[in-house]
Design a protein around this ligand. Structure first.
Ligand code: NI
Length: 181
């Protein structure tokens, strides 16, 4: 169990294009996945990307292992299955874009409204090198876009259209009990 410090906006690692993983099923990769999982669970994140803990590799994890556990940060969101996604490739389906609130462990205490493609196909590999792909929509598609943006050095505030839609979580949502982020 290793909970890592999450880098916050301003760190160069968060603004850097991450490198593809070339070797799978290695001790180092399994350790990285475990660290990401421990850190995500500790922070109640919907997902986390390797650059957020200072590792510039194209690795993200997201979702929940227990389907009944609603994420306290996104209590009304659809449940997303726990997923390890490495070297992802996203293909947007159609032109539909949906606005939705997002937060990020690297931008603690803030929320913003971000437009995301409603539907997409994603493909990639798990930590053992098994290829898989999915067709998803809604919150699942949003989480994938947010996490994969981290691999290209993009943080969600960069995608906010109107900065009036960006602010402190406890100001926008005074009755909701957000965690640290
Ligand atoms: Ni994030």
């Amino acid at each position: 169990m290793a909970i890592k410090a999450v880098l916050r906006m301003g760190e160069p690692c968060l603004l850097t294009k991450a490198s593809p993983v070339e070797q799978f099923d290695t001790e180092a990769l399994h350790q990285l996945i475990q660290d990401l999982e421990d850190t995500m669970q500790h922070m109640n994140g919907a997902g986390i990307a390797a650059p957020q803990i200072g590792v510039s590799l194209r690795v993200v994890i997201f979702g929940q292992k227990e389907p009944t556990d609603a994420n306290p940060r996104y209590p009304n969101a659809d449940t997303v299955p726990y997923t390890v996604l490495i070297n992802p490739e996203l293909t947007f389906i159609g032109d539909n874009v949906e606005n939705g609130w997002e937060g990020c462990l690297s931008v603690p205490g803030m929320r913003g409204i971000v437009p995301r493609h409603l539907r997409l196909h994603y493909a990639g590999l798990d930590q053992y090198g098994n290829k898989f792909d999915r067709l998803v929509s809604g919150f699942h598609a949003r989480v994938v876009q947010h996490e994969c943006d981290h691999l290209d050095g993009v943080l969600y505030p960069m995608r906010i259209i109107n900065l009036k839609d960006f602010g402190y979580s406890d100001v926008f949502f005074p009755n909701q009990d957000f965690q640290d982020d």
